[in-house]
Design a protein around this ligand. Structure first.
Ligand code: ADP
Length: 636
């Protein structure tokens, strides 16, 4: 699919539309940067002609009347203009470099901001992640995409102005006449000679970049091979860098397993790989032919200028000017065509970026505000809710009906894959139900302002993510925060003793990536920090998905013993595989194959013989029952 998209070269119209979009975006986001970039390119393209022109005048004067005053003026003009150009150029460069700082970050941020802005349900799709990954691969592997478009626009502006400057200084080469006294050489004045000469020049100028673009296009059109090679290298080439993998790599000798991907000679970038074959074959030939054709152009120009000068059409000074200007003109034209071709190749990559950036959100955005209630009287109801994940025909939840009573401790249990986490994702509106409605205080949750709705939930997901920033900032998810509150949340989450041991306390960095004195926390410690973060947010609803999975039995027991103190007056929803840990909950929802099959207190459910809860309870209890000296009541 990707390969097919890239194989289609964009039309010139599309090239213009897509690249214009980028310029408009730059103009909106960073107008000063864009203006400076254009100015710098024009400056760099035109200023060399000043030197060429003044040098030609000096040589002309030296070869002609040799007037000392004129010469002095010309030399001074050459000196001052060179100094002025160099100074202004340096100033422009410096100002540009300052503006350019962070440009790479700006490009990356464009994509990551979009990723944050899109609905979770789109961000969660494999297709979205793979699109983003292809964009990064194109960018990091072949350099295609946003960065390339900007540097190509730079080069286009520069080559366009190089052309204009070259034309301005060369027009007289074609209009100057060889004197009649030159005899046969007057054929150089004839349009019949000039036209084929121009045709040859333009032909060569067109052919060279076309051949070079053809060579480059192999990289672009085969970007899928390139990307796959790059992905393999990105994964296997850096396998040994990660300390989390170090033990497994040694014990299972995964390095040997990976050798094939690192050293296989037929892999994309190796000596017998795809691109090596292309380089030995058509890609190399086109590239060589392009260089050869460029050489012919320079030769033809030199011969023409020399012949006209020899026949007396102009003197040595003008000859210098023409040679200098035409050489620059030829380079400019070549680069204009080559860059325009590259811009066209790059357009399909840039289009992928814009298709991603312009992908619309699909979730309804309501505007109702959520009443801030001190009594935390928020009531949530699932009314006949069914759900299937986007792109899937299979229902993961079916006809779910339930109501949370405020202040309740609600446990959600059930076998793997029965829909517990999906139920939570719907509750937090990470997805909208396929059928049915979820209501908050009687209103469809879609009608509320999304950010406000999210603010009433604190969730500790199973795969929670902490940052490598200091502990306190992680708990508060802010740089400025209430230290006393952060400390008390950590204590409630069972991290109090560990906090006392940390010399830097709340300022301790998590991990060593950002600070060498940082501390690598264990899985259980990280889970406690995640719990403290949920408590710090102090939302009316707290959702805990297996919150003690990584804790040792003592730590787990400590958390449960003060669960009521931790949760206070919040409504707690609690997912667990360990049924014993649900016993303190007022109500238990039992999920099986996407349905709520039972609902009630632990005592009611455990005595419902033949029910799912009874089955799960005894499956766990039996394992411990068979162990010697394991008192049944204290098992879980
Ligand atoms: P549980 O939390 O009870 O283990 P989940 O709610 O995580 O179950 O998963 C329920 C079903 O939904 C599983 O069959 C799972 O494979 C599927 N599922 C979960 N996440 C996705 C997703 N993002 N896309 C498609 N299917 C998913």
């Amino acid at each position: 699919m990707q390969r097919e998209e890239n194989k289609k070269l964009s039309s010139w119209r599309e090239t213009w539309i897509v690249n214009k979009k980028l310029l408009q975006r730059l103009h909106t986001d960073r107008p000063k940067f864009l203006a400076l970039r254009i100015l710098k390119n024009i400056w760099d393209a035109l200023t060399p002609y000043v030197g060429i022109w003044l040098s030609a005048l000096i040589i002309e004067e030296l070869a002609g009347s040799r007037n000392p005053d004129t010469l002095l003026h010309l030399v001074l003009a050459a000196l001052f203009s060179a100094a002025g150009i160099a100074l202004t150029g340096a100033f422009l460069k410096r100002t540009f470099e300052i503006e350019n700082t962070g440009f790479y970050y700006y490009i990356r941020k464009m994509l990551s901001d979009k990723m944050l802005d899109i609905d979770f349900c789109i961000a969660d799709e494999t297709e979205t992640r793979s699109r983003l990954s292809v964009i990064y691969q194109n960018q990091n592997g072949g350099g295609w995409g946003l960065g390339r478009a900007i540097s190509l626009v730079d080069s286009l502006i520069s080559s366009l102005f190089t052309l204009l400057g070259g034309i301005a200084l060369t027009i007289t080469l074609f209009t100057s006449h060889v004197p009649d006294s030159a005899g046969n050489m007057t054929f150089l004045n004839s349009p019949l000679f000039l036209l084929p000469l121009l045709a040859v020049m333009l032909g060569v100028i067109y052919l060279a970049p076309m051949l070079s673009n053809k060579a480059d296009s192999y990289y672009a059109l085969d970007s899928d091979v390139h990307n796959m090679g790059n992905r393999l290298f990105g994964h296997f080439g850096f396998l040994c860098y990660y300390n989390q993998r170090a033990a497994d790599i040694r014990i299972y000798r995964q390095d040997i397993l990976c050798q094939k991907y690192n050293f296989d000679k037929t892999s994309a970038f190796n000596s017998k790989g795809h691109f090596a074959k292309l380089a030995r074959g058509p890609m190399g030939m086109y590239s060589g032919a392009s260089a050869a054709v460029s050489g012919i152009l320079t030769g033809v120009i030199y011969v023409f200028v020399c012949l006209k000068a020899w026949a007396g059409a102009f003197g040595a000074g003008m000859m210098t000017q023409y040679i200098g200007a035409i050489t620059r003109f030829a380079t400019g034209l070549s680069s204009l065509i080559s860059n325009a071709g590259q811009l066209r190749i790059n357009t399909s990559f840039l289009k992928q970026v814009f298709d991603f950036l312009e992908q619309p959100n699909v979730m309804y955005q309501g505007s109702l505000t959520i009443e801030k209630r001190n009594d935390r009287q928020y009531e949530v109801e699932f009314r006949d809710v069914s759900f299937r994940y986007p792109g899937s025909q299979q229902y993961v939840l079916r006809h779910v009906n339930m109501k949370f009573r405020v202040g309740q401790r609600l446990a959600v249990v059930g076998p793997n894959g029965s829909g517990k986490t999906t139920f939570i994702k719907l509750l937090c509106r990470l997805y909208d139900p396929t059928e049915g409605t979820i209501l908050l205080n009687g209103f469809d949750i879609r009608k509320y302002d999304y950010q406000e709705y999210l603010s009433i939930f604190s969730v500790v997901f199973q795969d929670f993510a902490l940052t490598e920033l200091p502990l306190g900032e992680n708990v508060a998810t802010a740089a400025e925060y209430d230290r006393t509150l952060a400390k008390s949340c950590l204590e409630k989450a069972g991290f109090g003793e560990r906090l006392k041991e940390l010399p830097e306390g709340l300022n301790t960095y998590l991990g060593k990536t950002l600070n060498e004195d940082g501390v690598d926390m264990s899985g259980g410690e990280r889970q406690k920090i995640a719990l403290a973060r949920a408590l710090y947010k102090d939302s009316p609803f707290i959702v805990l998905d297996e919150p003690t999975a990584a804790l040792d039995p003592l730590a787990e027991a400590e958390i449960y013993s003060k669960f009521n103190e931790i949760i206070e007056d919040k409504t707690a929803i609690y997912i667990s595989h360990r049924l014993s840990s649900c016993r303190f909950c007022d109500e238990i929802l039992v999920f099986d194959k996407g349905h709520i099959v039972q609902q009630g207190s632990h005592e009611t459910l455990v005595s419902a013989i033949g029910g799912k809860y009874h089955e799960l309870w005894h499956a766990q209890a039996q394992y411990y029952d068979n162990r010697e000296n394991a008192p049944k009541e204290n098992i879980f």
